[in-house]
Design a protein around this ligand. Structure first.
Ligand code: AKG
Ligand code: FE2
Length: 306
């Protein structure tokens, strides 16, 4: 089936592009510490976002990944980091997780030593980031900004949960809505111990589909009858496969001057394999939460330990 890309796209006009560029430079020049924390604080305290219509556009397209076009491009990676934080600030508040990587920006690039699955080169399976985390800390939005994207840039696969659910058989959806899955999380994070919690993989909340898929983190709970376990495994498998189908259809190979804004609860994402010989890519990711979550923690370096 031909790739149609994300349904929701917004293009900055030249004035907006120039304003964003000006602000990025201003933040950089006014933050002697040149750390992400300082950039973010400066943005929060001194900058009224010039592209609030991006937020309105995301709100109007709830559940859909949004492609932003005609952003300024920068040679200095610090400028691209500030751009990612400015976009994050436009749709919520960028945060860092003290017990994850303690960073407001994660650079996603193929590396030999990183434990982040997204830093590999194989097909990155469809998932929701930190999907098992509680409402008081889970990232609600991902902002992805390619600082470098040259050559055979891989596609970021994007699957709105609503579209995935429409393609699944109703009995499969019913199984996924049961709280018969357990998430094992934390063993590869900073806090170093594993936590096990029970939850469904799909929920319908306020008329929207919330989906949780996270690599091998979720398995059917122990103690299920054999036929229920088999049904749970099969439904989990179907969710993966259907998300990949939809992800390939609506995916996008993000280039410099673009950004993807992904609603983490309502849209799965993944990535095509990377041919490192044929492409150069450095993608920046910012995790964003609503204001209330930051108020709950009293700071933007928040904890997953809830
Ligand atoms: O490399 C990509 O396009 C997706 C990366 C990803 O999954 C993430 O940043 O969470
Ligand atoms: Fe991810």
């Amino acid at each position: 089936m031909p790739r149609t890309g994300p349904n929701a796209r917004i293009v900055l006009d030249d004035t907006e592009q120039a304003l964003v560029e000006e602000i990025v430079h201003k933040v950089h020049e006014n933050c002697p510490g040149q750390t992400e924390y300082r950039y973010l604080n400066f943005l929060r305290e001194h900058v009224v976002t010039p592209i609030d219509r991006v937020r309105a556009f995301c709100d109007a397209n709830k559940g859909e990944p949004v492609l932003v076009n005609h952003l300024p491009r920068f040679d200095d990676v610090e400028h691209s980091k500030i751009l990612a934080l400015l976009l994050g600030r436009t749709v919520g508040v960028p945060v860092a997780y003290s017990d994850y990587n303690g960073s407001y920006i994660t650079d996603i690039r193929p590396t030999e030593l990183s434990k982040e699955k997204s830093s590999g080169t194989d097909l990155l399976a469809m998932h929701n980031d930190l999907a098992w985390a509680d409402d008081v800390c889970r990232p609600r939005t991902l902002v992805l900004v390619p600082h470098v994207a040259e050559g055979a840039v891989p596609c970021t696969l994007l699957a709105p949960a609503r579209t995935v659910v429409e393609r699944l058989a109703p009995d499969v959806v019913d199984v996924l809505c049961l709280p018969i899955f357990e998430a094992r999380a934390g063993s590869s994070l900073g806090w170093g111990y594993e936590r096990v919690r029970q939850m469904p993989l799909i929920e319908f909340i306020d008329g929207a589909v919330v989906v949780r898929l996270n690599f091998s983190a979720f398995t059917p709970i122990s103690g299920l009858a054999p036929e229920q376990r088999a049904a749970a495994d099969a439904a989990h498998q179907q969710l993966h496969a259907t998300a990949l189908e939809v992800g390939r259809l609506h995916g996008h190979a993000a280039r410099e001057g673009e950004a993807l804004i992904i609603p983490n609860d309502h849209c799965l994402h993944g990535r095509d394999p990377i041919d490192t010989g044929a492409c150069r890519r450095l993608l920046l990711r910012s995790y964003v939460v609503p204001d209330e979550i930051v108020e709950h923690h009293g700071r933007t370096m928040i904890s997953l330990e809830y």
